[in-house]
Design a protein. Structure first.
Lengths: 166, 454
């Protein structure tokens, strides 16, 4: 995966990613995407391009359990969120819907907005092609990796007729 | 809940307890419960374990566990129902263990959301699972379903609230909830634990909300990430279930996977009054290892407020008093229980809400509301100028019943003050105790409740 980095700070919460008022009335990913990151950057959904990455600091996705947060991000064309750490429900939700949530401790300090980033999911390596810097990402448990490879929980179940932890 | 429904709920819980006993060997259960080296979370998750039954689960182990209760609400259930359809699953694993709540936008505010509510009602009817409307889910769960020793998963981040009755309760998203509805199971990483101890004598004007705001301010909004917070100390042991629920509820805002208060006599009295009995009485081991122990002498504490736009941006009320407000909100799963409304009534008796300021009171459940109506509480609040809405999550999540406009300022007894949480992205939310919310409503600006207590 290769794409440009959109950089965000620490503690990006789910109300910023997608306010409740939008998610209450729609579960349509395209409609949700229009309001993605509205709290910080109302133009984000228009400017993000297919394959881009979100790069963030600590505790990304803190707050509510709304799965519409990773859904909105994915529907903007974002191919993965790479952060120093994630809030727990966001992390689970992202993997469940097939949006890679990658923990990489050095990502914020080694990335500037707009840098070209390459992510090798199976090797767990992030490369900043703009600076030439290699970074290691945390390894995920095998069953989560398999779920991501399948494209999320629904796709995994459709393929194997069982849940990844069964 | 009427009497018949209440005894049905009692029977349902008995069935769950019997099922639990069939799953785990008695010897193993006794061994785990008596183990002095295990935390509350390790014990309860060892006993719920499905992947390797009768094997102790230690912190950081990844296990598969059997779920006792799985709940979702109108913000999360419609998507879970859609996922279940996509998976091609026609029947949920156990209709007695699935509870649906219509609470986030109730009574409904728009046609689109009304359609989601219809989907939920149809699903509950087809599956034969319990559905309720018009009570905030976590309060309703405490009043009707939660007993000590349960593993409860909710498609809501504040499911932690339910740990106040000695259960392990945590939140997930919609797709995961669909998987639980299908299989009755969840994968969990057994959390490490943080012990938060509140000892001393509680000063006047200081409440559970102040203690937890202070703690989050100290350990930060990610200070308990992925971990369980066990609350204890003489203050917690004296606290009512209402106050305990506030502590556990806000554990979410420190990133915690669960907030837990062990069962004791106060829990037992609460359960007995509702004709319920515990599933398991779990106590953390005396030699259990904690990631961190935070000990606070509460005597130096004062009323606190979390400033926009993060819950760990905490200052004492004295430091920020005088900031003018447009709205004061007493509601949400954090602080809208009977105890909270009683504090408000006591302070507002014979007083008026400042002209130009609106005080919105949203009781957490119908039973709280009914009690307030019967016991003059509602009357006092309305005489003072408050508006009382029916129970809903409305204002707290910015859907209805108190949405904020651009540049408006609200002091709120709820749990989050993120940008745009309660409405406009240009509004500001200050989080505080019900007493501070009411004092501020009287003054028309952020005010210290100690100046208004009698």
């Amino acid at each position: 995966m290769k794409g440009r980095a959109w950089k965000f700070s620490d503690n990006i919460d789910t109300d910023v990613i997608i306010p409740y008022k939008y998610k209450a009335r729609s579960i349509d990913p395209k409609e949700l995407a229009e309001h993605c990151m509205e709290g910080i950057d109302p133009e984000f959904s228009k400017r993000a391009k297919k394959g881009d990455f979100i790069v963030a600091g600590r505790n990304f996705g803190c707050g509510s359990s709304r799965e519409q947060a990773p859904v909105a991000i994915k529907a903007c064309g974002i191919s993965a969120v790479i952060a120093e750490s994630f809030a727990r429900i966001f992390y689970r939700n992202a993997i469940n819907i097939g949006l890679p949530a990658i923990v990489c401790e050095d990502i914020s300090k080694e990335t500037n907005e707009g840098d070209l980033i390459e992510l090798d999911l199976s090797e767990g390596v992030v490369k900043n092609l703009s600076t030439g810097k290699f970074m290691k990402a945390n390894k995920q448990p095998k069953f989560l990796e398999m779920m991501l490879k399948a494209g999320g929980l629904i796709e995994y179940y459709k393929k194997f007729r069982k849940f990844p932890w069964e | 809940m009427n009497k018949l429904a209440k005894s049905l709920s009692t029977i349902r819980i008995r069935v769950l307890i019997m099922q639990h006993m069939n799953m785990v060997s008695k010897d193993f259960q006794d061994k785990v419960l008596a183990d002095q080296g295990l935390t509350f979370s390790e014990k309860i998750l060892s006993l719920k374990r499905f992947d390797e039954p009768n094997k102790i689960a230690l912190a950081n182990d990844i296990i598969v566990a059997k779920v006792d209760l799985a709940m979702a609400h109108d913000g999360t259930a419609p998507l879970a129902i859609k996922v279940l359809e996509e998976l091609g699953i026609k029947k949920i694993w156990d209709s007695r263990k699935v509870i649906l709540h219509i609470d986030h936008t109730y009574p409904v505010s728009s046609e689109q959301i009304a359609n989601f509510h219809s989907i939920m009602r149809k699903f509950a009817m087809a599956q034969g699972c319990h559905i309720q409307e018009g009570n905030i889910c976590h309060q309703y769960m405490l009043e009707n379903f939660v007993v000590p020793g349960m593993l409860i998963i909710g498609a809501d981040s504040h499911t932690n609230t339910q740990g106040s009755l000695g259960a392990f309760a945590t939140g997930v998203g919609s797709t995961e909830m669909a998987a639980i509805w299908a299989s009755g199971k969840i994968w969990l990483k057994v959390p490490e634990s943080i012990k938060v101890v509140f000892n001393g004598k509680l000063p006047k004007g200081v409440y559970a909300k102040d203690l937890i705001l202070f703690t989050i301010g100290k350990i930060s909004c990610e200070g308990a990430s992925y971990k369980t917070i066990e609350f204890t100390g003489n203050i917690v042991k004296e606290f009512s279930i209402d106050s305990r629920a506030t502590l556990c509820n806000m554990s979410t805002e420190a990133g915690a996977k669960a907030g837990i208060i062990e069962m004791d006599n106060i829990t037992k009295e609460y359960l007995t009054s509702l004709r319920r009995e515990p599933m398991l009485e779990v106590h953390t081991g005396k030699e259990a290892i904690y990631d961190k122990i935070v000990e606070e002498d509460v005597e130096h504490m004062e009323p606190y407020v979390a400033l926009p736009h993060s819950v760990d941006n905490v200052k004492s009320v004295r430091e920020v008093e005088g900031i003018p407000i447009d709205q004061a909100f007493l509601g949400s799963c954090t602080n809208a229980r009977l105890e909270d409304l009683m504090i408000a009534a006591k302070m507002l008796k014979g007083r008026k809400v400042k002209e130009g300021v609106r005080l919105i009171v949203t009781p957490a459940s119908k039973s709280v509301y009914k009690y307030a109506l019967k016991n003059e509480i509602a009357n006092i609040l309305m005489e003072a100028g408050a508006s009382i809405t029916s129970p809903t999550c409305g204002a707290c999540v910015g859907t209805h019943c108190g949405v904020l406009g651009a540049n408006e300022v609200c002091i709120s007894s709820s749990n989050r003050n993120f940008i745009g949480r309660m409405g406009s992205r240009d509004s500001k939310v200050y989080l505080a105790s019900p007493a501070t919310v009411v004092a501020s409503a009287i003054k028309g600006a952020i005010a210290d409740p100690r100046d208004y207590l009698r």
